[in-house]
Design a protein around this ligand. Structure first.
Ligand code: GAL
Length: 452
């Protein structure tokens, strides 16, 4: 493969080709608000956010960006910004308040309105079935640790396909299983707040079974031309030094963060890691075949890189991340290193799997504190981040790596999970007192870039 000097490429849309998909990504819980409107059931985040000390500043998502009531104006903004694809997720407990059984028609009507309005405006809906907001009723029965979730998830996916499959042509079964199993079932810093390997390991295995069950269900019910994918978080991993134990530690973290979920579905099995030994008891006879699915595309989501050091005292994995703040590198408001090459390396890494047919970058973005001066948000750091990351995507494409689209995270400032409203990721500013939207300089840059 030829290697290109990225300095030589002036960034423009043509570098990516005419078929490249340009989009923007969101998630139901982070934007919709209306947490108990029109028959919606509780999700694990409704319960988690009421617990003391779990969310920054005691924030909650009950109103968020009020997208539930303002979707038309927000989709108008997407159109105005020349963005052609809108990724959003469906809230499971809005369709099925108890997680299974009783259907809430008002929830189905709401997503029908959103999808129809997108199509009327010439914006393609890209739908994620599960972006972390499990119905609380299911969590009461063990949530992701209960193998019955494969049936619950299949029923929910069936309902999504039957309700919206005539108009939605791009589906993502799941968003970032590494994060919701790791943060929600090992570290307990996301809903439902469970901890330890006894929760994490079954959650991992059941999430893989559900990705596959979801993929199979969509393929069975939807037209042949419908594109079925699923998304994975990833960070480019580098060892702190060339010492063999740092290199080995980095390999273990790469396996856990970047390979754990993708490799079984590609038919490669789980990575060999001693921390996963205990998973064997959750793997039942016949499961092997139900861990594999031939997705039409894979969604890759990248924000940063991580530097990894050997650590004797870190249980299970004997490795730790060297925080960006300790490395004297530029960081975002999340404390993540600004490292645009990470997206190039991750595209290269995912391209090395011959089974993957198509890759979309379904999330990438940055949080920085914004200042509103005379009604203007000149977010130069976010605009620069976006351009530098896109430059690296162009580099990957020109080096021959498959990448077919880019979805920026995210449309509007929103509810950033345990961080509440503190980090602002939007290319559109939201005043959470008034719900006023203002396009930031980064949003205008994206619009101009796409409009060229
Ligand atoms: C992803 C997640 C999004 C968003 C983003 C920024 O991991 O899918 O919901 O929160 O990170 O942190």
């Amino acid at each position: 493969m030829k290697s290109t000097n990225i300095q030589d490429i002036p960034l423009n849309k043509q570098l990516f080709g005419d078929d490249f998909v340009w989009g923007v990504s969101t998630a139901a819980l982070q934007i919709e608000g209306a947490h108990d409107a029109d028959g919606k059931g509780e999700s694990v985040w409704d319960v988690f956010s009421t617990k003391k000390g779990k969310i920054f500043g005691g924030h909650h998502h009950h109103i968020a960006c009020d997208f539930y009531n303002r979707y038309e104006a927000d989709i108008d903004l997407i159109k105005q910004l020349n963005i052609k694809a809108f990724r959003f997720s469906i809230s499971w407990s809005r369709l099925l308040p108890d997680g299974t059984g009783r259907v809430n028609q008002a929830g189905i009507d709401y997503y029908n309105r959103v999808i129809d309005y997108c199509l009327q405006q010439g914006v393609e809906p890209w739908v994620t079935i599960y972006h972390w907001d499990l119905p609380h009723a299911l969590e009461l029965q063990g949530g992701w640790t209960n193998r019955a979730i494969v049936d619950w998830f299949t029923n929910y996916t069936t309902l999504c396909a039957q309700s919206f499959g005539d108009r939605v042509k791009h589906w993502m079964v799941m968003n970032e299983p590494t994060v919701f199993t790791g943060a929600g079932y090992f570290f307990g810093i996301h809903a439902p707040g469970k901890t330890g390997l006894k929760n994490f390991l079954p959650a991992v295995h059941h999430a893989v079974l559900c990705m596959v069950a979801g993929g199979k269900t969509l393929r069975k019910l939807l037209p042949k031309t419908t594109q079925i994918g699923t998304t994975f978080s990833c960070s480019y991993i580098e060892p702190y030094s060339n010492k063999p134990r740092d290199v080995a530690a980095a390999k273990r973290v790469d396996a856990l963060l970047n390979r754990l979920f993708i490799e079984p579905i590609l038919g490669m099995g789980y990575p060999e890691l001693s921390v996963l030994k205990g998973m064997e008891k959750y793997i039942l006879p016949g499961d092997e075949a139900n861990l594999i699915f031939d997705f039409d595309f894979i969604g890759v989501q990248n924000y940063t890189r991580e530097i990894v050091k050997y650590s004797l005292f870190t249980p299970y994995i004997h490795a730790k991340l060297v925080k960006a703040e300790k490395r004297n590198v530029p960081t975002t408001a999340m404390g993540w290193e600004v490292y645009p090459e990470s997206i190039y390396h991750m595209l290269k890494q995912f391209n090395a799997y011959p089974q993957i047919k198509k890759i979309y970058l379904t999330e990438s973005g940055s949080a920085f504190p914004d200042e509103v001066v005379d009604g203007v948000i000149n977010d130069t750091k976010r605009a620069q981040y976006l351009q530098d990351f896109l430059q690296q995507v162009a580099r990957a494409k020109s080096d021959g790596y498959e990448v077919s689209g880019y979805f920026i995270w995210t449309l509007t400032d929103n509810f950033e999970w345990a961080e509440g409203y503190n980090p602002r990721f939007g290319i559109i500013h939201v005043d959470f007192e008034t719900q006023q939207r203002t396009v930031k300089a980064s949003g205008q840059w994206y619009a101009d870039f796409l409009g060229d």
